[in-house]
Each structure stands twice: as structure tokens, then as C-alpha cells.
Design a protein around this ligand. Structure first.
Ligand SMILES: Cc1cc2nc3c(=O)[nH]c(=O)nc-3n(C[C@H](O)[C@H](O)[C@H](O)COP(=O)(O)OP(=O)(O)OC[C@H]3O[C@@H](n4cnc5c(N)ncnc54)[C@H](O)[C@@H]3O)c2cc1C
Length: 494
């Protein structure tokens, strides 16, 4: 077993002294995540990876060394939400210097980027070519693509196009022993044809490195499918329903997904608008008093003819279910105003920052906690009712806790549900209420077979994994094969 000094000496040999740190302040800075103080594990040493313009880097050498000496190693992206906490200490690999966008191919509609490239930077590069990644989230510029593939990144556009992982055509991955493999379209990269489709003449292994919490290999390159798009092709709408209309809401969402009419639907409830309304950000007179569910919808249409067709179908479905169209929300929460602050005129529907809806709510409430999970759309009513009942029982169904929903409708006829609660982290009683509610949500969600977003053993416990039966055992055996010393994010999934 090597001493820490010996480890630092070797890492310094590989990447140079400026990119290795054991400074306690650096460690605490890297600990800060969206999960705030929930995960307090610190690494023994931080290594910053930098690639040159050609994409050369030292990840292989670092992995080979860590593997030989059985040193835990966790890749770290831009923000974090707990799943890149170095639970067993060891080496934290800051991926942000592997940030090159290597190729935008307009004729084949793909982009190749390094694993540490910002998702926003990828969007930006694509937009220079009239292309876009048809899935964009609200995470701001820090989040990186290798992480989004490993944690199941989602965003606006998923009603039509699915998860970021659904856009993956190819990956380059470095295994624990330092070996590099190219999968899917990137397996063709060195040929005359170049990358062109996900499927090759071998069983697909892309999934092994997807939703893996960095525990199967380090993603060094990504090839993603892009679509043609211009900002003017995206159109915003909002339809509002009463609290007693949840069943028709559910039915209309299913019909819209099945009909492949819409680009995105976001399901929110009135709690999201309570404080913005109190602050006068929207004109109360333009929003029905009894409106409870707000379905923010985006259509992608290339010309007036396509728009007219899609608008007609969308309006028929919402309006026959009893929905009322409310341009006030479409214009102010999604449209022109949001775009002023978005990236180069593109909306980012930011939740934090100036005018982000969370900022308004936080001013009146406190810190937020969110449970993030997926289940079939046909259970929306049952799950919403269960959540409301749990919040009432825990004493958090009030404006001070802003117990809102903010969820993505997916092309899998599912919903990526986000239940929020805002709370006072300095008030033990409030924290106890929050914990009780989270426990109740975990219980009714696990009982029904929910799919958690980016779960790990430390965030969700063993239940979601044990429910998978022998599949979990098989994946463990594969992990043993590709990472026999369990150096990659140990404790996360295994
Ligand atoms: C304001 C805000 C809004 C958000 N909105 C959204 C949203 O709309 N959609 C959404 O999906 N998420 C959203 N998130 C959550 C966000 O996706 C998480 O914070 C996520 O953890 C971000 O990834 P990261 O770059 O911070 O990487 P990390 O959290 O550090 O990494 C995530 C996982 O990927 C692994 N990993 C990182 N890089 C690599 C690599 N190259 N190879 C292998 N494994 C790797 C890590 O080890 C870890 O297990 C939001 C977050 C914030 C702060």
C-alpha cells in the first residue's frame, strides 16, 4: 500500500504539480453540491485533468496507476448532487479541463465532444451550424456531458426526443485498467465512413456506461445525435386546469405523447406561481383563480403550415379536456422574458439566478429539497394525490413550504416527476417534517416500482436495486469483470 506522499509524487509525475491538490480548502470547495451538506465525504487528493487541442490527456495513466494500487477514483463534473461524493476517499478526478468540442458534423447531424465538455457549450457549438441537442435542461452552464450520461440527464424536449442518454450514438470509455474502448458510432471513427449510427456488428455495450454513476469506466468522448433547429421554430403555450381535473389532465398528456405532436410538456401546479403572483410578476387577472395545474407546452414547427397543424391538435386535446389557454404564463415564464436571460436568445428556463422561479420562491421560503423519479403517466393522478396527502400529513402543504411539482413528460409515456418542498434548514422541527415527507414518498414510490433519477446506495438505499433481482447480480458480475478492484466510485452502486 502506497503512502499519500508516494501517491501524490506519482500523480505529480503524470499531470504536473499545478493539477494535484491536497489543500483542505480545495477539498471543501469540491464537496459543494446541489445536495448541500448531505454528503460530507472528502477525497484524499484532487487531480485536475486537462486535454490539449487534439484531445490528448492523462486519464489512462491515472487509472492504470490507481488500479495497480487499488486507490478509489471518482470523476467529478461541474455541479454535483451527491453521486460524485468520494464515499471511500481516494482520488477525485476533476473532469472540467477535458472540455473540447472536437467535431460538429452538419451533414451527419452529430457532435463529438470530450467527457468534461459543458452541455451548454455543446448547445452553443451546435447552434453555430443550425443544429441543436434536442434536450436542454435548467442546470446552467456548469453541468458536463459525461456526467449527464452517467446520471440520466433530462431536459426540455424529452417529450419528443427522450433523455440525453437517448441522444448517445457513441462513446469512448477508459476502463479501470487504463484501456480505451470505443463503442457504437465511435467504433467506426477511424474508418473512411466515420461515425454514422449507433449500432455495430456486436452486442451494444453503450448502456453499460450509461446511468452508471461513473462506476464502470470514465467517459472520455461522446458522440451525440443532433437535430436541425432554429430558435424561431420553438413556440410556447400554457394550458391551465382546475384541481378536480387531474384525470383529464392525465388523459390529455397521454394523448399528446402518443400523437407525437409536441416537443415538450412541463407539468407544474399552482404552488409554483404562488409567490411570483404575490410579487406581481404575472397579472393575476389573466390567470384563472381556480387554475391549479399549469401545462407549459412547446411545439417545434419549421413553418406556418406545420405550426397550424400542431397548434390545432394540441388545442383540441387540451380544450376538450377542459383546459384554458393562458398566454400570460407562456409569454412571461417561457417566452420573451425568459429568453432575454437565456443563452444567446435561447430560453434556458433557468430555475436559479436572476428571475429564475426558484429565486422568487426561496426569497419567501427557504432551501429546497426535491425528490426526482419516473413512473408511467397513467399513474400521475394517483401519485399526485398520494404526494398531496403526505404533505398535508407532514404539515407542509402551505405557501411557506411551496410544495410544488415541476415535472417533465417523457416520450416513454412516463413522467419525470419532481416533488419540491422548501424548508428552513436551521429549524429542527421543519427538517423533521421534511424527513418524514421524504420517507413517505420513498415508501409509496418504491412500493409501486418507481425509477429514481441518479440513485445511489447512499441516496436511495438498497431497495431500488434489490427489486431488480438477479439483474443486479449480473451487473455486479460485469462490474467485477471491468473493474475487479472496485476502484471506480466504490459504494455508489456496488
Ligand atoms: C440549478 C440546477 C438545475 C438543474 N436542472 C437539471 C435538469 O434540468 N436536468 C437534469 O438532468 N439535471 C438537472 N440538474 C441536476 C444536475 O444534472 C446534477 O447536478 C448533476 O449531478 C450534474 O452533473 P455534474 O456535471 O455536476 O456532475 P457530477 O454530479 O459531479 O457527476 C455525476 C455523475 O457522473 C459521474 N461522472 C462525471 N463525469 C464523468 C465522466 N466523464 N465519466 C464517467 N463518469 C462521470 C460522476 O462520478 C457522478 O457519478 C440541475 C442542477 C442544478 C444545480
Amino acid at each position: 500500500m502506497l503512502s499519500l506522499d508516494e501517491i501524490i509524487a506519482k500523480l505529480t509525475d503524470i499531470v504536473g504539480p499545478r493539477r494535484v491538490s491536497t489543500n483542505p480548502i480545495d477539498k471543501i470547495n469540491y464537496q459543494h453540491t446541489l445536495a448541500y451538506g448531505a454528503y460530507r465525504a472528502l477525497p484524499d487528493v484532487i487531480v485536475r485533468i486537462e486535454s490539449d487541442r487534439q484531445g490528448n490527456h492523462k486519464v489512462s495513466e491515472i487509472l492504470e496507476f490507481a488500479n495497480e494500487h487499488k486507490i478509489p477514483i471518482v470523476a467529478k463534473g461541474g455541479v454535483g448532487m451527491g453521486i460524485s461524493s468520494p464515499l471511500k476517499g481516494g482520488l477525485l478526478l476533476d473532469m472540467l479541463g477535458m472540455d473540447k468540442i472536437l467535431e460538429v458534423n452538419s451533414s451527419m447531424q452529430y457532435v463529438i465532444a470530450e467527457g468534461g465538455a459543458s452541455v451548454y457549450a455543446i448547445h452553443h457549438a451546435l447552434r453555430q451550424h443550425g443544429l441543436m441537442l434536442p434536450n436542454f435542461g435548467t442546470y446552467g452552464p456548469a453541468v458536463v456531458i459525461g456526467a449527464m450520461i452517467n446520471k440520466g440527464g433530462i431536459g426540455y424536449g424529452m417529450t419528443r426526443y427522450g433523455w440525453i442518454a437517448d441522444m448517445v450514438l457513441g462513446l469512448e470509455v477508459i476502463l479501470a485498467n487504463g484501456e480505451t474502448i470505443r463503442l457504437g458510432a465511435l467504433a467506426n471513427q477511424e474508418t473512411t465512413f466515420g461515425p454514422f449510427q449507433k449500432w455495430i456488428h456486436l452486442p451494444d455495450l453503450l448502456g453499460l456506461f450509461t446511468l452508471a454513476a461513473g462506476s464502470m469506466g470514465i467517459i472520455s468522448k461522446v458522440c451525440l445525435r443532433a437535430i436541425q433547429c432554429q430558435r424561431e421554430w420553438l413556440h410556447d403555450y400554457c394550458h391551465v386546469f382546475r384541481r378536480d381535473q387531474l384525470q383529464p389532465v392525465q388523459d390529455s398528456l397521454i394523448e399528446l405523447v402518443k400523437g407525437e405532436v409536441v416537443y415538450d410538456i412541463h407539468f407544474t401546479d399552482r404552488w409554483q406561481y404562488h409567490w411570483p403572483l404575490e410579487e406581481g410578476l404575472y397579472d393575476k387577472k389573466k390567470i384563472p383563480d381556480d387554475g391549479w395545474f399549469f401545462l407549459k407546452t412547446v411545439l417545434l414547427a419549421r413553418d406556418q403550415e406545420e405550426l397550424a397543424f400542431k397548434e390545432k391538435r394540441m388545442r383540441r386535446i387540451y380544450q376538450s379536456a377542459g383546459g384554458v389557454e393562458v398566454p400570460e404564463i407562456a409569454d412571461k415564464a417561457m417566452g420573451a422574458k425568459a429568453q432575454q436571460l437565456g443563452l444567446h436568445g435561447w430560453p434556458d428556463w433557468h430555475i436559479m439566478g436572476p428571475d429564475g422561479w426558484c429565486g422568487t420562491v426561496v426569497r419567501h421560503t427557504g432551501m429546497f429539497a426535491v425528490t426526482s423519479k419516473m413512473y408511467p403517466l397513467r399513474f400521475l393522478k394517483e401519485m399526485y394525490d398520494l404526494d398531496e396527502a403526505a404533505k398535508r400529513e407532514c404539515g407542509i402543504w402551505d405557501a411557506e413550504h411551496s410544495p410544488q411539482h415541476d415535472s417533465y413528460v417523457t416520450r416513454d409515456l412516463a413522467i419525470k416527476e419532481e416533488y419540491f418542498t422548501f424548508y428552513n434548514p436551521y429549524d429542527d422541527e421543519d427538517v423533521a417534517k421534511l424527513r418524514k415527507w421524504m420517507g413517505m414518498v420513498a415508501q409509496f414510490s418504491n412500493e409501486r416500482g418507481v425509477v429514481w433519477t441518479a440513485p445511489t446506495l447512499s441516496t436511495k438505499g438498497p431497495l431500488p436495486y434489490l427489486r431488480l433481482g438477479s439483474l443486479y447480480d449480473v451487473v455486479k458480475e460485469i462490474k467485477q469483470l471491468v473493474d475487479p478492484n472496485n476502484i471506480l466510485n466504490p459504494g455508489a452502486l456496488f
